[in-house]
Every structure is written in structure tokens, then in C-alpha cells.
Design a protein around this ligand. Structure first.
Ligand code: NAP
Length: 266
């Protein structure tokens, strides 16, 4: 299917790793011009190099999404390099503070919410005026299964992701009449550095192999993921690319689950 986004201009946050990188690659394969952004300039440069086959349709500008001044610098760099954007994909995120509620301090709460919820708010505030000028736009927030199925040992993450669903739904109501469609994608247990780290910690604390940590996590913690494996970043990116496209012209305010059935409810 041709997604008809050739020459559309996209920004992907968290783009040097995992789901963000796979999304940048999927959008480039569809002919879009893509700005990758992430907080570490070195890994960002590596990621842009890995996509160099797409020539001058690839750009990279680092920014920490918790830093308002850095986000403003990013906006100016993007405007100079490509002009107004058509597509925003928010993939930057952290697992953040873990433990039961009484074990998490204020700083843990603040930082997890700042990256996962306020980061997307800052980026959206910076680039929305340009998207509105274009009269055609797509915004996709990467939320999580945790947004609607909270796990009690990662509540700051769950609360931030639930906030993204609400933010997206509200934005989808305000701007659809201008041609700007807003949706969320909620993955579960995808094979990226984020879950590599979780599974490494689990394997160390249980004294088992990495593969056994994954197997027991699926059995004990994600019993409805019937496929019995971690997802691949590309399996999320394909859905994100669809939502960024002309093909999704009647999809607005939706939350697409890419979770192998992990959410138990219908
Ligand atoms: P990932 O590979 O760790 O990618 C996340 C990226 O976000 C990293 O490159 C990270 O940079 C960047 N980032 C973190 N804090 C940032 C900040 N303050 N400013 C700018 N960039 C920042 O993890 P992923 O699994 O692809 O995660 C992508 C998104 O999917 C996240 O929003 C995550 O919550 C969501 N998600 C993932 C899963 C999963 O199973 N993997 C499931 C549900 C939802 P550094 O590496 O330099 O820290």
C-alpha cells in the first residue's frame, strides 16, 4: 500500500533507538523527509549514519525533551533545515522510577512525568504552529499498554502514559477540522534497549539467563501475550507509519494497541 507521504516532513523523537529509530526508517522508506532527534548527539549521529542511504532526506538535531531551551533550539534548527513539519512522532521515553508507590521519591515522580508526558507537551507546543500552517498533519504519541492496564510497580510511567492518551484525545478534537489528526500507539514488551535493561535486571535478580528472564516474565507478568515473544520495533513502526499517512485519513483520537493481546479487556 502506498501511504502517500512522499516529501512529507516528519520529526521523530527518541529516534536513535528502538521504536523511534524503526519509525524513522519506515517513514524514510515511504519517501518522507525525516528529522531525527534524541538527547545524545553521538548516538544520534550514528543513527543518522545508519540511514544515510536516504541522502539529504535525513536530518539529526539533538535535544533533551525536558529542557525547554533545547526544544526551542531544536525548533529553530528544524525550521531552518526543512521549514514547517507535517508529522510529529513522540517516541522519546524512559521506564523511569520503579517500585511500589511508597518506595518512589518525589524526584522519581517528577523526572518520569517530565520525560514521558511533559516532553511530548513541549515538543507539541513548539511544532504545532507549523503543522497548523500546513493544513495537513499527523501527530502520533507512543503510549503503552500501561496507560490502561497499570502495573503497581511502575506507577509514574503508567500515569504519564495515561496522560498521553488524554492529551492526544483532547488534541484530536481541537485540530481535526484543520486537517490535523492525532492518535496514539500503545505497544507492549518490544525488544528494544528499554526492555533489554528490564530483562537484564530481572535475569540478575533471579539468577537466570536473559532468555529465561523473558520467558518467565511473559508467563508471570504478561499472560495474555499469546505470541510468547517480545515484539519487534518494526512491528510497531508499521502501525505508526500508517497513522502518519494519507491512508489513515478517517482515523482520529484512536489508540492502536500493538501488544499481542496483552490488554486483557475488549
Ligand atoms: P529506547 O530504545 O530506550 O528509546 C527511547 C529513546 O528515548 C532513547 O533513544 C532515549 O535516549 C530517548 N530519550 C530518553 N529520555 C530522553 C529525553 N529526556 N530527551 C530526549 N530523548 C530521550 O526505548 P523504546 O522501547 O524504543 O521506547 C520508545 C517509546 O515506546 C517510549 O516512549 C516507551 O515508553 C514506549 N514503549 C516501549 C515499550 C517497549 O516494550 N519497548 C512498550 C510500551 C511503550 P537515551 O538512550 O540516550 O536515553
Amino acid at each position: 500500500m502506498d501511504l502517500n507521504i512522499r516529501n512529507r516532513k516528519a520529526l521523530v523523537t527518541g529516534a536513535d533507538s528502538g521504536i523511534g529509530f524503526a519509525t524513522a526508517r519506515a517513514l524514510l522508506a515511504e519517501g518522507a523527509e525525516v528529522v531525527l532527534t534524541d538527547k545524545d548527539p553521538d548516538t544520534l549521529r550514528d543513527a543518522a549514519d545508519r540511514l544515510s542511504e536516504h541522502g539529504d532526506r535525513v536530518h539529526g538535531f539533538d535535544a533533551d525533551v525536558t529542557d525547554a531551551e533545547a526544544v526551542d533550539r531544536l525548533r529553530r534548527s528544524v525550521e531552518d533545515a526543512v521549514g514547517d513539519l507535517d508529522i510529529l512522532v513522540h517516541s522519546a521515553g524512559i521506564h523511569g522510577a520503579g517500585g511500589l508507590f511508597h518506595e518512589i521519591n518525589q524526584e522519581g515522580w517528577d523526572h518520569t512525568i517530565d520525560v514521558n508526558l511533559m516532553g511530548p507537551v513541549r515538543i507539541t507546543r513548539a511544532f504545532l504552529p507549523g503543522l497548523r500552517r500546513g493544513g495537513w498533519g499527523r501527530i502520533v504519541f507512543i503510549a503503552s499498554e500501561d496507560a490502561v492496564q497499570p502495573y503497581d510497580d511502575e506507577l509514574p510511567y503508567c500515569a504519564a502514559k495515561a496522560g498521553l492518551l488524554s492529551l492526544a484525545k483532547g488534541l484530536s478534537r481541537t485540530y481535526a477540522s484543520e486537517g490535523l489528526l492525532v492518535n496514539t500507539v500503545s505497544p507492549a514488551f518490544i525488544a528494544t534497549p528499554m526492555t533489554d535493561e528490564m530483562m537484564t535486571e530481572r535475569s540478575e535478580s533471579l539468577g537466570v539467563s536473559f532468555d529465561e528472564a523473558i520467558r518467565s516474565f511473559l508467563a508471570d507478568q504478561r499472560p495474555f501475550m499469546e505470541l510468547g515473544r517480545r515484539g519487534r520495533p518494526e512491528e510497531v513502526a508499521q502501525v505508526v507509519a500508517f497513522l502518519c499517512s494519507d491512508a489513515a485519513s478517517f482515523v482520529n483520537g484512536s489508540n492502536y494497541r500493538v501488544d499481542a493481546g496483552s490488554i486483557a479487556t475488549i
